[in-house]
Design a protein around this ligand. Structure first.
Ligand code: CTP
Length: 394
């Protein structure tokens, strides 16, 4: 997600400085090139050598070692991340003080507003001090983005606000800051994962959906600036950062969650694999073993169809997972469920099935069809939103 992006990372003197090694690793994994500036104080918490090993080049601490590096470094950077950011560093930046390599380079960075991200880390008393708050509010009013801090146990042994934000949260904010916000203003409702239809208190009917496609859609929409609500069936993957998650176990729970949120949504994507059947009479105690047993099943409510029938509904997208090249079935579902777009995939094909990170889809809408090659699920998600924006704009 950060291929070709150049990131300046400032590390200041907080206990959280040791986490910088992981931050560098994650940024580089996403394809970014990273250059690091450390304050003197930060070198007491983590050695420059450890950081150099993570980043693969020398770190900058001394302003006078390489003349004009405080100007050349920011000139080539797309984003400036300071993590951890101490009260001292934030205070100096707010006052325009440039008395070391990091503060001088920060001042020389003239990226667009929102391209300076800071992850505060300090004792809660410092964080809640009105002097610090004033500095923070002033910088925020200029467009500096603050990520965290979080509440929890602090280095001093106290509980309170001041812990540096989680690394994945930092990474997500960096990606969002470097992504075009073309879904800003949209309220996106996404469903994901399977549902469970209980037969008795210990057994249920379900399917193999991992939720990965729906989670990728929710993550992509959030990164592109949308407000996202994710209605999720039971899955074992971590929800994307910055997304409201509503857990829904059965198709009935999912129906209720969707209907409650549809009025606030401008875009609805039904990627969940809702169980088609539920027990006609679920038992309240465990069914005992018998030689033969038959189960009466009823059809579950078709959530997508119910949304398609609404008088006023958002732009609505469904999925059509088929076992074989049955694109005709997807086309029929688009019309029958009265929706705007359906995404067809053949789950029996390699790279397109359950629990994999890739998918091969055809996007079908009222104007035509687009066959995409095998792609990562986040790339499929991006292509779906690109097409939605084209259709909404046209
Ligand atoms: N869907 C739904 N509620 C259901 C079943 C399906 O909202 N009870 C949605 C799915 O989330 C998907 C679309 O309908 O977006 C198509 O689902 P799919 O299982 O492919 O088709 P069905 O309509 O269930 O028909 P069939 O099982 O015969 O293929």
């Amino acid at each position: 997600m950060l291929k070709g992006k150049s990131i300046l990372l400032g590390i200041t003197g907080s206990v959280a400085a040791y986490k910088s090694i992981d931050i560098i690793k994650r940024l580089r994994q996403e394809g970014a090139s990273v250059r690091v500036i450390m304050t003197e104080a930060s070198t007491r918490f983590v050695t420059p050598l450890s950081i150099e090993l993570a980043v693969g080049e020398p770190v900058y601490t001394d302003m006078f070692k390489l003349p004009l590096s405080h100007v050349s470094l920011p000139a080539g950077a797309d984003l400036f991340l300071v993590a951890p950011a101490t009260a001292n560093c934030i205070g100096k930046y707010a006052q325009g003080i440039a008395d070391d390599m990091l503060s001088t380079t920060l001042l020389a960075f003239s990226g667009q507003p929102g391209r300076v991200l800071m992850a505060p880390a300090m004792n809660w008393r410092m964080y809640e001090n009105p002097i610090f708050k004033k500095n923070l509010d002033y910088l925020a009013s200029l467009g500096v983005q603050f990520i965290g801090p979080e509440r929890g146990s602090l280095a001093c042994g106290e509980e309170g606000i001041g812990r540096m934000a989680d690394i994945e949260k930092l990474l997500e904010s960096v990606i969002a800051a470097l992504t075009e916000q073309d879904l800003a203003g949209e309220n996106v409702l996404v469903t994901a994962g399977p549902t469970r239809e209980y037969i008795d208190p210990v057994r249920y009917i379900t399917n193999r959906s991992s939720g990965k496609m729906g989670y990728a859609l929710a993550q992509t929409a959030g990164r592109r600036g949308a407000e996202v609500t994710l209605v999720s069936g039971p899955v074992s993957i971590r929800p994307p950062e910055g997304v409201d998650v509503i857990l829904a176990e059965s198709s009935r729970d999912m129906y209720t969650a969707v209907m409650d949120n549809i009025p606030m949504s401008s875009l609805f994507i039904m990627s969940a694999a809702v169980a088609d059947f539920m027990a006609a009479e679920p038992k309240t105690s465990k069914i005992e073993k018998k030689d033969k047993f038959s189960l009466n099943l009823l059809k579950t409510t078709d959530i997508l169809e119910a949304v398609g029938r609404l008088k006023k509904r958002p732009f609505t997208v469904g999925f059509s997972a088929e076992t074989g090249p049955r694109i005709d079935r997807a086309r029929k579902k688009l019309a029958a469920k009265n929706i705007d777009m359906i995404v067809f995939n053949d789950v029996s094909k390699e790279g397109s099935g359950f629990d994999v990170d890739t998918n091969e889809v055809v996007i079908i809408d009222r104007e035509g069809e687009r066959k995409l090659p095998v792609m990562k699920k986040v790339e499929v998600a991006a292509a779906i939103f690109d097409r939605i924006l084209e259709l909404k704009g046209g």
